[in-house]
Write a protein that binds this ligand. Structure first.
Ligand code: NCD
Length: 346
């Protein structure tokens, strides 16, 4: 399956072969992401990076990925400074911007809007999050992270147990991740959420129909030792009504005490980020920051090679990567974060 020239709207477009291809190219690009090598295979190409909803990492990650391939980026953020605030339709914006760029990354608050934007142009559009719909590039980098963490500890995605916690109703990263994981074999999904934020029923049905185990809980149990991955998510406040309340208390904060008591010593703890640092947010605690099981920053770092790989495949230059790599001459630290865990090499 080739994605040459295609828009990326949903993870439904990826079968396991396409995922393996993407990951193989991402691995090839890791030295570029880690600033040890450089390439300019997209020199002269332009990305239009259009974000009409809040974003830090996704917007900058698309931008850095394209620039590290030698391309340049034009961007716009928010409705206020865009012609949409003057009443311009998505159709007009899409056709106009398609005249300026080789590829477009778009985040928009309405589900389905990225598809509408992509429909009448021949320039590929990447869905960077459409409301509560999908976030395909995030879940591809999430899956890449699981694959990479598992290969370090000798596990496979097939036969693994993934616990997903938080706002499963509105979390688009969760929706895309579930659709990707069901493509693997004999998975177990443990969904932990208040019932009013449960995973949409069509996705629950998909899990069961594809032959996987599904366990639904409103709270953590005392021991969940079969869990291989904990994927925590933020309450999507911007999509909840002002009077929304859960009966969650502090016992639902994923902190070191809960992780030590409930999970194993090699569980992989993930989060698409941002973490909500408010006291009452029941999000992933910062007391795990120096715990090597916390993979959230390695996960965010993985956004660069995965998005680079996607750009090279969409724009048809993946075969030129190997021959284009050169060593970098500028200084770069060996570890990005001072608290980053050291793992044995090989
Ligand atoms: C997520 C998103 O925007 O859906 N963030 C991201 O892109 N990494 C998750 C969130 O905002 O909670």
């Amino acid at each position: 399956m080739s994605i040459l020239g295609q828009s990326i709207l949903s993870v439904d477009q990826f079968d396991r072969d396409a995922i393996q291809d993407l990951f193989r190219i991402a691995r090839l690009l890791e030295p570029v992401a880690q600033r040890r090598q450089r390439t300019d295979i997209l020199s002269g190409a332009v990305l239009a990076n259009l974000f009409f909803e809040a974003s830090t990492r996704t917007r900058l990650s698309f931008c850095a990925a394209f620039q590290r391939l030698g391309g340049s980026v034009s961007d716009t953020t928010g409705f206020t400074f865009s012609s949409i605030s003057k009443g311009e339709s998505l159709y007009d914006s899409s056709r106009v911007i398609a005249g300026y760029a080789d590829v477009i990354a778009l985040r928009h608050p309405e589900e389905g809007s990225v598809k509408t934007f992509a429909e009448r142009i021949n320039i590929p559009v990447i869905n960077a999050g459409d409301g509560i719909g999908e976030h395909p590039t995030q879940s591809l980098l999430d899956l890449y992270t699981i694959d990479k963490e598992f290969s370090r500890i000798g596990k496979t995605i097939d036969n693994s147990t993934v616990l997903i916690f938080g706002d499963l109703k509105h979390g688009r990263t969760v929706h895309s991740l579930v659709k990707l994981l069901v493509k693997y074999r004999s998975m177990k999904f443990v969904l932990v959420a208040p019932s009013e934020l449960a995973l949409p029923s069509d996705l629950q049905t998909l899990i069961v129909e594809q032959g996987h185990q599904l366990e639904i809980c409103t709270h953590f149990k005392s021991a969940m030792k079969d869990v291989d991955v904990v994927y925590a998510t933020r309450l999507q406040k911007e999509r909840l009504s002002a009077d929304f309340k859960t009966n969650y208390g502090e016992e639902m904060t994923i902190n070191k005490a809960l992780v030590d008591k409930t999970f194993t010593s090699d569980v992989v703890i993930m989060h698409p980020l941002p973490r909500d640092s408010a006291q009452t947010a029941f999000d992933l605690s910062t007391d795990l920051n120096t715990d090597p099981r916390l993979a959230i920053f390695r996960q965010a770092d993985n956004g660069i090679p995965v998005r680079m790989a996607l750009f090279t495949m969409i724009l048809g230059v993946a075969d030129n990567i190997a021959g284009s790599l050169k060593d970098v001459q500028w200084h770069s630290p060996r570890k990005t974060g001072k608290d980053d865990a050291e793992f044995p090499v090989g």
